[in-house]
Design a protein around this ligand. Structure first.
Ligand SMILES: Nc1ncnc2c1ncn2[C@@H]1O[C@H](COP(=O)(O)OP(=O)(O)OP(=O)(O)O)[C@@H](O)[C@H]1O
Length: 909
């Protein structure tokens, strides 16, 4: 490979590669199987200037065709005479082979043109002199004696660039394919036959070098060649644009002598035989140039004309195509609008839609005024579109369409609520009362019910139960994140980019005027949202949901009747799971208890180890994950695919084949119907899959929660277990404090509201003021000094915590920090405190106690004045908890520490 230059011989054996290229430097391994053809190829040397012609040449006649100098042509020789010629003159002679190509014209063609020779006899050795002009001759072939052909008196000497010999036929016949390159003109002095082919005595018609030099100085020649080159250049540029080629031709133009170029160009055009002959006869370079210029120019013009025509055609095509596309689009849009009538004017259609929309009179009046305005407008005019969209919307709204309110059957409604929801006794009772009032006084504008509670406690599903009890459609409108009231109410129509509000959108979506509309997350709207939708949309029954009451603006809250849904206890969750969630989840995954069983014990584990929420949303998700895993397993079971009858009839041969010959079973897709029972029956399983602990871990991962968390967190002094209330319901929160060198300042971290910051300041002041009463060793007392900063942190939960319920927790944390005594890890507390140490009651006690229960807390310290709230707490929860009541902060401290308070004596209040 390193050898830089390879010396090539002038002739090489050629191996053809079909659709493949071997590049220099590449290495390739091939298998040769075909009986070989032998190819040889000579690399052309365009630059070779003068060819030495012998005085005699073997002649290959070209019927009605001319080979011009510089042209390259590929011919197949099959006739015995030409095969013989190629064999003897080219194949055997290797590189020296030159032959003469002489045009012949069929005798029956019209009169010969230009110089021609006649070869009059069929005798082998006979020859005839050229007698100027043209002469008829009989062809040599004795069989065709009578066929008269005209031999042209001028020809072109050619050499073979490429020769290939075809495989010999059984008959012994061979064929040759020859690529010939025309070299120079000659004239025939005498034509004779040698064996089966002709030879001729010839003389070259090429100018000698000196003659050529003389011509090149001729002013006419210079002008002509300039003209030719310019035209040729123009042609090349045009072709280049069209085909992105031409680079090589440009090079030719610069390197090849212009009189040769004339031939090359002429040879590449499709011109008549007569023109080819006259080109061949143009021995004078000036004549040749002017003829070639004319040809090139003609070609150029014809390309231009052709281009113009295509452009015109293309233009017409694309215009009609464009129209077609636009029409298609218009039809699609019309279809979308439910308006298939192609010819109908859009506005007429709109008007008709408005007529049938059943708008009340005042609306209809207004709409028609708008329509009149619209009709006068141009579609391009600003405002046209918004006006149209507005009218479309008006026409689309369900002014008259209503679900027929069924006679409200309170007993059925109660049954429905009961069957859909476990527990929630008070909530359901309140809903029944609400429905009863509606029944007695259907037009009464009842309050908007607002379900408030943490996520996943059933707010949405209660609202949808109300809808089905009333026999109405249900639509949920999410108000989360709405900042601008216009988002709900809609923009003023004149506002650019105005849109209907979410309520109107919702109405359009359900397409009835009296749905039950759930305003979801009213607490998540900006505080300036205050309108009263119920007063505008009288037919609609509104129900709202919120996670917390506090952020709801008071005017809005005023119009709603709040029903609080607290979180569930683990026992309630278990019941909800067994009775509602598991059947629903199985159903959703096309399974039944025949396939998957989740025992109570396992559901308990899911509740304890994988969820710690107030509602059942994550519990439902985890159960769904188990069902998915089971569905996969069922689908994978190989031996249990007996299909039910209906399907079997259809798929039996396929299945039989599959089962017979392979381990892979391709199952038929069974159309899913609403009735999942039917689907389940299509497979029969030997035994159901029963979820165990191993499967829990495999599917749900390692347990996410355990009861040891509290004891681990409070292992060091300065940490306490507080109970707080968040948007997710009650939560257990570990409050941590530490002290360090500083200026006696208090640092607080965690997402905290102002009230808590105040509580922390009060707590620190209170403890520092009573430093003397703390039963502390000198070393520990150091933490209380004024050169110490205190840092308190409320970790975990990205939920801002506010509300004044953390006072007692903060004091306990600080006392633990300063006394270096640990609090009890099984005890959680809640309560606010005054500067003087009195414990005040707090809200959300039920939720907080539920949270403590979820976390496995055993003791809860509560303000004494929250005692009454315990009535709300399910007894199953209370049975597992020790409730300790505190009146003063000292009571809290007494209960919080192992072995009593680190207090020396109760301080005087
Ligand atoms: N008491 C219950 N009995 C039966 N299923 C319940 C009960 N409570 C909740 N669920 C079920 O728990 C799932 C979550 O309930 P839902 O979507 O109504 O919660 P939500 O309170 O509206 O939550 P969010 O505030 O996140 O919208 C639903 O599938 C619901 O049917």
């Amino acid at each position: 490979m390193a050898e830089s230059v390879v010396e090539l011989p002038s002739r090489l054996a050629i191996l053809p590669f079909r659709n493949k290229v071997l590049l220099p430097g590449a290495i390739i391994r091939i298998r040769c199987t075909s009986p070989s053809r032998v190819f040889t190829h000579r690399v052309p040397h365009m630059a070779e200037s003068v060819v030495e012609l012998p005085s005699r040449l073997a002649i290959l006649p070209f019927r009605n065709k001319v080979l011009l100098p510089g042209a390259i042509i590929r011919i197949r020789c099959t006739s015995p005479s030409s095969v013989k010629l190629v064999e003897q003159e080219l194949w055997q002679k290797e590189e020296k082979g030159l032959i003469g190509i002489l045009p012949v014209r069929d005798a029956d063609e019209s009169k010969p043109l230009g110089s021609a020779i006649s070869q009059g006899t069929d005798s082998l050795d006979q020859s005839s002199k050229v007698q100027g002009g043209s002469l008829d001759s009989n062809k040599l072939d004795t069989k065709k004696q009578n066929d008269v052909v005209h031999w042209h008196a001028r020809g072109v000497a050619a050499r073979a660039l490429h020769l290939s010999r075809g495989v010999e036929k059984p008959s012994g016949r061979v064929t040759y394919i020859v690529v010939l390159e025309g070299l120079c003109r000659f004239s025939v002095q005498e034509l004779s036959t040698r064996g089966t082919y002709h030879t001729a005595r010839i003389s070259s018609l090429e100018l000698t070098k000196t003659e050529m030099e003389l011509v090149e100085q001729d002013q006419d020649f210079i002008t002509l060649s300039r003209q030719f080159k310019a035209t040729a250049m123009e042609l090349i540029s045009v072709l280049e644009l069209k085909q992105k080629t031409g680079g090589r031709t440009k090079v030719l133009l610069e390197t090849v002598p212009v009189h040769k170029l004339a031939d090359i160009f002429a040879a590449s055009f499709e011109i008549s035989f007569e023109e080819q002959l006259s080109m061949l006869d143009a021995v004078d370079p000036k004549v040749r140039l002017s003829k070639a210029t004319e040809l090139v120019d003609r070609h150029l013009q014809s390309i231009r004309v052709a281009e113009k025509i295509t452009q015109k055609v293309e233009g017409q095509l694309s215009k009609s195509q464009k129209e077609f596309l636009l029409r298609q689009q218009m039809r699609a849009i019309k279809e979308e609008l439910g308006d298939n009538d192609d010819d109908e004017d859009d506005l007429v259609a709109l008007e008709r839609k408005m007529e049938s929309a059943g708008m009340p009179q005042n609306v209809s009046k207004l709409a028609h005024r708008e329509l009149r305005r619209l009709k006068k407008m141009q579609p391009q005019q600003p405002g046209y579109n918004s006006s149209r969209v507005y009218l479309e919307l008006l026409a689309d709204l369900p002014w008259q369409k209503a679900s027929e309110e069924i006679e409200l059957d309170l007993r059925a409604a109660r049954e429905r609520l009961d069957s859909d929801h476990y527990g929630l006794v008070k909530v359901k009772q309140r809903i029944i009362e609400y429905l009863a009032v509606r029944k007695l006084k259907p037009d009464a504008k009842g309050p908007v019910l607002c379900f408030v509670g943490p996520p996943g406690v059933g707010k949405t599903s209660l609202a949808s139960s109300i809808a089905s009890a009333l026999g109405r459609k249900f639509v949920r409108i999410s108000l989360g994140g709405v900042k601008d009231e216009a988002d709900i109410r809609g923009h003023r129509r004149t506002y650019v980019g105005s849109m209907p509000g979410r309520l109107i959108d919702g109405l359009k979506k359900v397409a009835v005027c009296n749905p039950v509309m759930l305003l979801d997350e009213v607490d998540k709207t900006g505080s300036d949202v205050r309108g009263d939708p119920a007063s505008a949309l009288l037919e609609v029954v509104f129900v709202a949901t919120a996670n917390r009451m506090q952020p709801i603006s008071p005017p809005l809250l005023d119009r709603m009747e709040v029903i609080e849904l607290p979180g569930y206890t683990p026992e309630e969750k278990l019941q909800i799971a067994m009775r509602h969630l598991i059947p629903r989840v199985l159903d959703q995954h096309g399974l039944s208890s025949e396939f998957l069983q989740i025992p109570e014990g396992m559901v308990k584990l899911v509740i304890q180890r994988y969820t710690r929420e107030a509602g059942v949303r994550n519990l439902e998700r985890n159960l769904a994950a188990l069902a998915r895993a089971a569905a996969v397993r069922v689908a994978e079971q190989e031996h249990v695919v007996p299909l039910n009858k209906g399907v079997q009839g259809l798929a039996a041969p396929l299945l039989e084949n599959r089962l017979a010959d392979s381990t892979e079973v391709e199952m038929e897709v069974i159309p899913m119907s609403d009735n999942s029972q039917e689907i389940s029956n299509t497979f029969r399983v030997a035994s159901p899959l029963v979820v165990d602990e191993a499967m829990l871990e495999k599917v749900l991962g390692a347990p996410r929660f355990d009861d040891r968390e509290a004891s681990e967190r409070v292992a060091s002094p300065g940490v306490t277990v507080g109970l707080v209330w968040t948007a997710f319901g009650g939560e257990v929160q570990f409050v941590e404090a530490t002290a360090m060198a500083g200026k006696g300042e208090l640092h607080l971290t965690g997402q905290l509201g102002d009230v808590i910051k105040e509580s922390a300041q009060i707590a620190l002041t209170w403890v520092r003021a009573r430093a003397a009463d703390l039963n502390l060793a000198a070393a520990e007392r150091v933490n209380l000094l004024e050169d110490r900063d205190v840092h308190i942190h409320f970790p975990a939960g990205g939920v801002p915590k506010d509300g004044p319920s953390a006072g007692v927790t903060l004091v306990t944390t600080l006392v633990s920090l300063f006394s270096q005594k640990r609090v009890r890890s099984d005890t959680a507390m809640t309560g606010e405190m005054t500067l003087r140490g009195l414990v005040l009651p707090v809200g959300g006690v039920k939720d907080k106690i539920l949270a403590a229960h979820r976390y496995g807390i055993k003791r809860v310290i509560l303000p004494e004045r929250n005692l009454k709230d315990l009535a709300e707490v399910p007894s199953s929860v209370l049975a597992n908890l020790e409730i300790l009541l505190a009146k003063k902060i000292e009571d809290v401290l007494e209960h919080a520490f192992d072995g009593g308070s680190p207090w020396r004596q109760h301080s005087k209040l």
